[in-house]
Write a protein that binds this ligand. Structure first.
Ligand SMILES: *[C@@H]1O[C@H](CO)[C@@H](O)[C@H](O)[C@H]1NC(C)=O
Ligand SMILES: *[C@@H]1O[C@H](CO)[C@@H](O)[C@H](O)[C@H]1NC(C)=O
Ligand SMILES: *[C@@H]1O[C@H](CO)[C@@H](O)[C@H](O)[C@H]1NC(C)=O
Ligand SMILES: *[C@@H]1O[C@H](CO)[C@@H](O)[C@H](O)[C@H]1NC(C)=O
Ligand SMILES: *[C@@H]1O[C@H](CO)[C@@H](O)[C@H](O)[C@H]1NC(C)=O
Ligand SMILES: *[C@@H]1O[C@H](CO)[C@@H](O)[C@H](O)[C@H]1NC(C)=O
Ligand SMILES: *[C@@H]1O[C@H](CO)[C@@H](O)[C@H](O)[C@H]1NC(C)=O
Ligand SMILES: *[C@@H]1O[C@H](CO)[C@@H](O)[C@H](O)[C@H]1NC(C)=O
Ligand SMILES: *[C@@H]1O[C@H](CO)[C@@H](O)[C@H](O)[C@H]1NC(C)=O
Ligand SMILES: *[C@@H]1O[C@H](CO)[C@@H](O)[C@H](O)[C@H]1NC(C)=O
Length: 663
């Protein structure tokens, strides 16, 4: 207690976002808040299922225009300030190490099928997905030969009221085998983190085992996690400074170089600042970049635009009221302001020839905000923020996944005791992960420019995307919610002209895909080109519904393609046939579920219900034999809950019980 009374005033004095991550899974029911506005029958009380629906922010006064022109250069070389080339797999995931066995699977032979399916949705668009397993827990994680109960990860419980307490976790090589086995099924690449708590006793075991087990699927190791918070969290003396971090990084570098069991010497990643207490320049000024030029494979940062820590921990002041901050996300300025402190560093990274990675981000640390972080509005925000990072020359951005006790998850497995009758819940922020590679295309040559259309309205941002120097796509946002339809806008896209005298006109027609919901505050049933991952406990990781791509006729004489964007909504405009085919998914590899672990009613399971749900590509799949609860007539007729389909598949060594459908 003395400890807390010492540390809390110090924490309160901080104005910057405090990126404390909440690790331990609080008991179900302990997270209900006074803001709950509805009670769903299935509501368990965990933040991940909080049913709060906020009011959409009012239309600004004066209202933005609803008719405006966007004139685009036909090639990237004519666009001043355009970004460097971004990879299709720009967006990836960051998974808190302590929840890895909830999200990924239990061990190398027990992998969560919905996770594989969700990764496949990204991979069929991006070619790969980059996933970081780490977080604050990595700093104290110890690789051991075995655990008492045989689990891949064991975690000691901590005081949930102490924001500075970091649980120590122990894990076995089984965790690494699980990652490796996932990569053999879906093209997932991994980042791991080293235990940086102790530079007197450097533990390189995770690097040795990681390299041996993961091989080419291992992208690199994070060395230090938010070191600018170490002093504040009492993990280092209060004097801990950027120069101390640089010195410790060097101690690790030296041990690494001298370890004969580590074949790869140049995949260290840092400094992963939270930007709460230090600026990146504070680290650059210590000689970090020149000292470790050879060993650094990427530069990293971890930034949340806000935090909800006061709602979780006593002594941090009045908790934020989510409704009060909602509008701060539903504006183009949000992403623009988040990246500002990093722009000097993305230029420095270019000069150094290093990728610059947003290693961990989401709407707000300490779990996010109810009704904000899990709303359709945050899907628009994340796409806009993501494109802003691309425009600002970031290389990748990893969206954080927490446990049951956060609002901001891209996806959440059901609570363990509900896994036999519930499926996963896919949050709105998953859709941007799937859509970004469609926006960027598959070529890894995408260059992006922020257009600031509509006289620079923050409510109607837009970006143009060029691939191989050619105009490929246009991304248009509408943050406003207006059920009357009056605030839907039409953007007149034209090409060429301008001061350069380029004569090039729009094609006869363009294809458009929409990301839609009725309101920014809608929580579930968001659609991308009419396909959805459904509602709470409804997702097995495969899209449902028929894909619908609009064709918009352009006026080639007037050189105008009029694109309507609903309020709210996002539109992706494919400016050429190539850019349309270049971003379409290649056909989904889906992982069906023939290995039933437990079922609610095994006696009457109708195998055909499962079979008909298997193997459809995202494109072709219709609701017919869905595995979603309540949506299959056949299942109902048989008197069972169709969602008894399994959460997990067994991939035991002897053979694959899990069918892999590839098309
Ligand atoms: C799951 O566990 C929680 C907490 O122990 C309990 O409140 C809840 O009723 C359980 N649900 C089911 C379906 O068993
Ligand atoms: C958009 O294009 C339409 C059809 O070409 C035209 O009537 C309208 O004036 C244009 N609006 C703007 C703001 O350019
Ligand atoms: C993996 O987990 C499953 C389910 O708990 C268990 O049956 C199996 O024995 C585990 N396998 C290993 C190798 O630990
Ligand atoms: C999966 O992981 C287990 C360790 O649990 C390992 O024995 C097995 O060989 C792996 N399977 C594949 C296909 O890599
Ligand atoms: C670092 O963490 C490990 C694992 O929790 C622990 O055993 C060790 O004592 C810690 N070292 C320091 C200096 O805190
Ligand atoms: C960019 O960072 C470098 C290295 O820390 C520093 O010298 C320079 O002043 C910074 N420039 C700006 C505009 O912040
Ligand atoms: C991104 O990099 C390009 C090429 O160096 C540069 O022209 C542009 O200004 C950079 N963008 C930002 C926002 O810093
Ligand atoms: C883009 O990059 C990814 C990841 O490195 C790679 O798998 C893919 O083949 C690349 N695509 C092209 C067209 O080069
Ligand atoms: C989502 O859509 C399905 C099918 O239209 C419907 O049954 C379900 O009630 C919807 N869920 C929500 C939360 O709106
Ligand atoms: C959208 O998907 C639904 C199934 O979810 C389907 O019934 C409907 O016809 C689709 N709409 C269009 C326009 O394709």
């Amino acid at each position: 207690m003395a400890f807390r009374s010492f540390i809390l005033p110090f924490l309160c004095s901080l104005t910057a976002a405090n990126a404390v991550t909440v690790y331990n899974q609080l008991p179900l029911g302990s997270q209900s808040t006074a803001t709950d506005s509805a009670s769903l029958a299935s509501y368990t009380g965990s933040a991940a299922y909080n049913p709060t629906v906020l009011n959409p922010p009012p239309i600004p006064n004066p209202a933005p225009g609803t008719q405006f022109a966007i004139n685009l250069m036909p090639t990237a070389d004519l666009v001043p300030g355009i970004s460097i080339e971004a990879p299709s797999s720009f967006f990836g995931l960051s998974i808190e190490m302590s929840v890895a066995t909830q999200v990924l699977g239990l061990n190398g032979s027990f992998i969560n099928v919905p996770f594989l399916n969700l990764m496949s949705l990204i991979i069929e668009r991006a070619g790969e997905v980059q996933v970081r397993v780490g977080g604050n827990t990595q700093d104290y994680a110890t690789l051991v030969g075995s655990t008492v109960d045989g689990k891949a990860i064991e975690k000691q419980s901590i005081d949930p009221n102490n924001p500075t307490a970091t649980p120590t976790i122990i894990f076995t090589e089984e965790l690494l085998y699980m990652l490796s086995n996932i990569s053999s099924l879906a093209n997932v690449k991994w980042f791991l983190g080293v235990p940086f708590n102790d530079t007197q006793n450097i533990h390189l075991e995770i690097v040795e085992s990681g390299e041996r087990i993961l091989g080419d699927t291992l992208l690199g190791f994070q060395v230090g996690n938010e070191p600018d918070l170490y002093a504040q969290h009492q993990h280092r003396p209060s004097t801990y400074a950027p120069s101390d971090y640089t010195t410790e990084f060097g101690q690790w570098r030296d041990a690494w170089q001298n370890d004969a069991n580590i074949p790869v010497k140049n995949n260290m990643i840092g400094p992963s600042l939270s930007l709460a207490n230090w600026a990146l320049e504070d680290v650059w000024n210590t000689g970090f970049l020149t000292d470790y030029q050879t060993q650094l494979s990427a530069l990293s940062v971890e930034k949340y635009p806000a935090d909800n820590c006061a709602a979780l921990y006593a002594g941090l002041g009045t908790p934020v009221v989510p409704q009060d901050v909602y509008a701060e996300y539903l504006t183009h300025y949000s992403g623009v302001n988040i990246v500002k402190p990093m722009l000097n560093s993305t230029m420095i990274a270019q000069q150094q020839g290093k990728p610059f990675i947003m290693f961990e981000t989401n709407s707000a640390s300490c779990g996010g905000f109810a009704g904000v972080s899990n709303s359709f509005g945050i899907a628009l925000w994340a796409l806009d923020y993501g494109l802003q990072m691309v425009f600002s020359n970031f290389t990748h951005a990893l969206v954080h996944v927490g446990g049951q006790n956060v609002y901001y998850n891209p996806f959440t497995p059901p609570p363990t005791n509900q896994s036999t009758f519930h499926q996963w819940s896919v949050g709105p922020i998953f859709y941007p992960l799937m859509i970004m590679p469609e926006i960027l295309g598959k070529s890894n040559t995408s260059q992006v420019v922020d257009l600031w259309p509509n006289s620079g309205s923050d409510q109607t941002p837009g970006y143009a995307i060029y691939e191989n120097n050619q105009l490929a796509r246009v991304a248009l946002f509408n943050y406003m919610t207006d059920p009357t339809g009056a605030m839907a806008y039409t953007a007149n896209i034209s090409m060429g002209g301008g001061e350069t005298g380029q004569q090039q006109t729009v094609p006869a027609s363009v294809k458009v895909k929409y990301l839609l919901a009725d309101s920014v505050s809608q929580l579930w049933n968001i659609t991308w080109a009419n396909q959805t991952l459904g509602g709470q406990f409804e997702a097995d990781g495969r899209l449902i519904g028929e894909e619908q791509i609009e064709t918009v006729q352009c006026d080639t004489t007037a050189n105008v393609c009029p694109i309507r964007v609903p309020a709210p909504g996002f539109a992706l405009v494919m400016m050429t046939d190539d850019s349309a085919s270049g971003s379409e998914p290649t056909g989904t590899m889906t992982f069906a579920t023939t290995a039933l672990t437990k079922t609610a009613n095994t006696a009457t399971i109708d195998q055909s219900v499962l079979e008909t749900s298997n193997g459809h590509s995202g494109k072709d799949r219709i609701i017919g034999g869905s595995t979603s609860k309540g949506s299959s007539g056949a299942g109902k007729a048989a008197g069972i809950t169709p969602s008894v389909t399994v959460l997990v598949a067994m991939l035991a060594g002897a053979g694959m019980f899990m069918k892999v459908f590839s098309r």
